[in-house]
Ligand binder design. Structure first.
Ligand code: UDP
Length: 264
């Protein structure tokens, strides 16, 4: 089985190859990928917070470098690449591609192709979708909508054992998803995806994408920032108001700009 590649449309940004083209172009590529018989294609979704994490955690940087595609999931990255391009230090990244939008597009495309999608991780999604139903004879497997399945994996992925692994294998055999959306937060979700490459390949998965807490928003637990705030790059503020515990993590945004302006 071959590995699909998206060779053009990439720009080097702080030693990471970020996708730099339109979402429409990406969706065309994804459509052809879903029709092919190829090894799983890994999509990771760094934002400025995560790029800063690569400065502190070299393992995380290596995970990102192993992705088949890194989409620029944050306004700060677009602004930063624009500023670096003025200084002649980098090329400009064309457009932000938000992971939350791409995840929803993937579900729609799969529905049109009669393919299924499995969300791995996240919490209580069966409660957020009133019409959900648990799959009989399976531990922790729910059908959330027509072609969307969900399993929370375990309570703490860092302590998952062989029983959890066997459960995942059973679930993959049952659902046979074309797409897996891994919702465990960075860097756990990237680590989990890469560590399960072989299993995902054997299970016929075509696309593996990390989604963090995107389904907490899509399924209505949290609100998404209004378009005007997203366009001004203030999505982080909207999330902070809803989840004040994020303040510590969001300090990484300051570090990102500090690094970019004074160190790069
Ligand atoms: N999560 C999980 N199991 C874990 C740790 C996290 O299912 O062991 C889920 C958590 O419920 C949330 C998502 O992973 O839905 C992580 O979201 P986070 O807000 O960290 O990601 P972001 O959206 O900021 O990338």
């Amino acid at each position: 089985m071959k590995k699909a590649k998206i060779e053009h449309s990439l720009e080097d940004f702080l030693e990471l190859n970020l996708f730099s083209n339109t979402k429409e172009r990406l969706l065309e590529f994804i459509q052809t990928l879903l029709r092919k018989n190829c090894k799983p294609f890994f999509i990771f979704t760094p934002n400025a917070e995560q790029i800063t994490l690569t400065f502190e955690n070299p393992n995380f940087k290596r995970y990102l470098q192993q992705a088949d595609l890194l989409i620029p999931d944050g306004f700060s990255l677009i602004l930063a690449s624009f500023l670096l391009s003025i200084l002649g230090k980098s090329n400009r990244i064309k457009q932000r591609v938000a992971g939350i939008d791409l995840a929803q597009d993937l579900i729609k495309i799969c529905e049109a192709n009669n393919q299924d999608v499995l969300i791995l991780g996240g919490r209580d999604y069966q409660l957020l979708t009133g019409s959900s139903s648990q799959i009989q004879n399976f531990v922790n497997l729910w059908k959330l909508s027509k072609n969307l399945f969900w399993t929370p994996i375990s309570n703490d992925i860092n302590y998952s054992d062989q029983k959890d692994e066997n459960n995942i294998i059973r679930i993959l055999n049952k659902v046979k998803p074309a797409v897996i959306l891994v919702a465990l937060g960075a860097p756990t979700q990237e680590k989990w995806s890469l560590e399960h490459k072989q299993l995902l390949s054997e299970s016929g998965v075509k696309i593996v994408m990390v989604v963090g807490g995107a389904f907490d928003i899509i399924l209505g637990r949290l609100k998404r920032a209004p378009l005007a705030m997203r366009r001004c790059g203030l999505e982080w503020l909207f999330r902070l108001v809803q989840e004040p515990w994020r303040w510590k993590r969001q300090l990484r945004l300051l570090k990102f700009w500090y690094y970019l302006l004074f160190k790069s």
